[in-house]
Design a protein around this ligand. Structure first.
Ligand code: ZN
Length: 136
């Protein structure tokens, strides 16, 4: 059985300069940025693109001590997380917890794009920072 994931909601990519990255995604890849949003709680500014059903979320840190700044410092720019949509985020978190997955967020918090989100620790997901999310 396992958690009922409905689809890949977005791919989160850490960038050091949002404006320059938006340019690349638009001018080289031909995508259109449809939203730029700051998520103060997570100390990030985000830019969203859509490709089919999957979104690409670019994340730029707004604080040198923020998680995205730390990530880039350690590993450079690149893929940061993979987000899966679920219908019942609280139920999914409980099931993951029961199955021994380390939850970064035990209860959902607010993300960009009017999503409730929760992160799973990469140490317990075979190396990928995973986010599960649901529309509020
Ligand atoms: Zn995300």
């Amino acid at each position: 059985m396992g958690v009922q994931l409905s689809h890949v909601e977005h791919i989160g990519i850490a960038v050091s300069n949002l404006e320059e990255s938006i340019k690349f995604y638009e001018e080289v890849l031909g995508l259109t940025c449809y939203s730029v949003e700051e998520v103060k709680e997570q100390k990030v500014k985000t830019a969203f693109f859509k490709l089919g059903q999957v979104k690409i979320e670019l994340l730029e840190s707004t604080d040198p001590e923020g998680p995205i700044a730390k990530f880039i410092e350690k590993r450079g720019q690149g893929v940061h997380h993979l987000a899966f949509a679920v219908d019942d985020i609280q139920g999914a978190l409980e099931e993951l917890d029961q199955k021994g997955v380390t939850l970064i967020d035990k209860t959902p918090r607010k993300g960009a794009e009017k999503l409730d989100i929760a992160f799973l620790h990469p140490k317990s997901t075979h190396g990928v920072l995973m986010e599960i999310c649901t529309h509020t």
